[in-house]
Design a protein. Sequence first.
Length: 50
Amino acid sequence: MNGKEKLMMFGLYLAVSSADVRGKRDKARELLSMGNDPSEDKRHDARSRS
């Protein structure tokens, strides 16, 4: 998005399995390919849960 690199955190090291992180990474890539910002989607999900 916008040509600027962003980093996302998927959980604490060793608290999240590699398989879970790969799944979350794949979802983030899918969102990017649809033109959505994965970090905004993650923020929106967190807000809707609380």
